[in-house]
Design a protein around this ligand. Structure first.
Ligand code: NDP
Ligand code: MG
Length: 389
């Protein structure tokens, strides 16, 4: 879209979260030049949603937890903003004819429904909600193809790969290398991880994110999910995907082409950049993000991941190779285990154990329907809820 043309109407699913707030910061910086918030959603936290609604004046807001809507009672009177509730509200916002782009930034498999509805309506979907692709990658990408919808990654690594891929054709790609900060426990031994607390695990060295992905970053499950995400998003073969630890989080990922050239994307760690790129793609515009400061000496380092201390990473590679229902089992077990760890019910090292157990005991189906995937999801959550250490 060139300046002076119509503005892009954006629906943000999960606007009260960390990625959602990054998106609103991009929209605020844009000053209504090209981007406009058309719909916002939260699950239950109506107060920050109301504040966002007052500032950005969207056409709709949705609270997916209908019981939370009572808090908003009457507060939108006279604003022209319509309050919707439940998952149907998400569908209504994303399928609205005036909605141009949808940012999928709900956390967990709960993000699948709104993402699916947006793709079904043929919208451009900026996808941060990696769990959707982990659970149902092949079905989601197939739906996008059938409905001629566009999927643009927001996860920083996948945004980097997406940008780097523009340097060649798909047949010219040898491999993609996802970078990982290594999380807050890089360099620690398994023994040292036994008794870590949720507070310690939540303290990420380079990124400020929501609690679930912060724990995933500490176990390296986040990288495991990203490996699976990359496979489906970019239609890669499993052997084309690798992970390297890069603690500075400046190189967001790399693509190696068949001639040996490696193309990387660099920027200071700030989610507003990949969010903005997905909202303005194919254009690049000046935004609120800090620039890379090359005026003083600094170095970038890379090291192989410690697969023994962080067994989640291996689970990701295994699930990426297996496909089928494996992603749904892994993702649901992980969501349930992370919630129990945050509640103080299980230890840090129990997270990979619970995921391993769910993967080993679920009844694998190589070509599941969406319904089959939801059944595996529910089964794995139940198993982990009953799981005792
Ligand atoms: P947050 O926990 O910060 O925010 C989650 C958002 O989803 C909130 O708006 C929350 O609403 C809403 N939500 C939670 N549960 C539900 C539900 N059951 N139904 C509907 N909405 C729900 O998450 P993040 O912003 O950190 O992450 C969002 C997604 O983006 C995740 O998939 C994550 O993996 C991915 N991502 C995040 C990055 C980051 O930097 N944070 C980087 C790359 C990817 P409420 O406020 O009411 O709870
Ligand atoms: Mg990432």
């Amino acid at each position: 879209m060139a300046l002076g043309e119509e503005r892009t109407n954006v629906v943000i699913l999960g606007s009260t979260g960390s990625v959602g707030r990054s998106a609103l910061s991009v929209i605020a910086h844009d000053g209504a030049a090209r981007l406009r918030a058309r719909g916002l959603s939260a699950h239950s936290r109506w107060e920050p949603l109301l504040e966002q609604a007052r500032e950005f004046r969207p056409r709709f807001i949705t609270l997916t937890d209908p019981t939370a809507a009572a808090g908003l009672n009457g507060q939108l009177r006279g604003t022209g903003i319509e309050l919707l509730t439940g998952p149907d509200g998400l569908e209504r916002m994303v399928q609205d004819p005036e909605t141009d782009r949808v940012l999928s930034a709900i956390v967990g498999a709960a993000g699948l429904r709104g993402t699916w509805a947006a793709l079904e309506a043929g919208k451009l979907v900026a996808i941060a909600n990696k769990e959707t692709l982990v659970v149902a990658g092949p079905l989601v990408m197939d739906l996008a193809r059938r409905r001629k919808a566009t999927v643009i990654p927001v996860d920083s690594e996948h945004s980097a790969i997406f940008q780097c891929l523009r340097a060649g054709t798909p047949r010219e790609v040898r491999r993609v290398v996802l970078t990982s900060s290594g999380g807050p426990f890089r360099g620690k031994s398994r023994g040292e991880l036994k008794d870590v607390t949720p507070e310690e695990a939540l303290r990420h060295p380079t990124w400020k994110m929501g609690p679930k992905i912060s724990i995933d970053s500490a176990t390296l499950m986040n990288k495991a999910l990203e490996v699976i995400e990359a496979r489906w998003l970019f239609d890669l073969r499993p052997e084309q995907i690798e992970v390297v630890v890069h603690p500075e989080s400046v190189v967001h990922s790399m693509v190696e082409f068949v001639d040996g050239s490696v193309v990387a994307q660099l920027s200071p760690p700030d989610m507003r950049l990949p969010v903005q790129y997905a909202l303005t793609f194919p254009d690049r515009v000046a935004g609120p993000c800090p620039r890379l400061d090359l005026s003083h000496r600094f170095s970038l380092s890379f090291e192989p991941p410690d697969r023994e201390t962080f067994p989640c990473l291996e689970l990701g590679f295994e699930v990426m190779r297996r496909g089928g229902t494996a992603g749904a089992a892994l993702n649901a077990a992980n969501e349930a285990a992370v919630a129990r760890f945050l509640d103080g019910q299980i230890g840090f090292l129990d997270i990979p154990r619970a995921c391993r157990a769910a993967l080993d005991h679920h009844s694998f189906d190589p070509r599941p329907s969406l319904d089959d995937l939801w059944k595996v999801d529910a089964w794995a959550r139940q198993e982990v809820a009953r799981w005792s250490t």
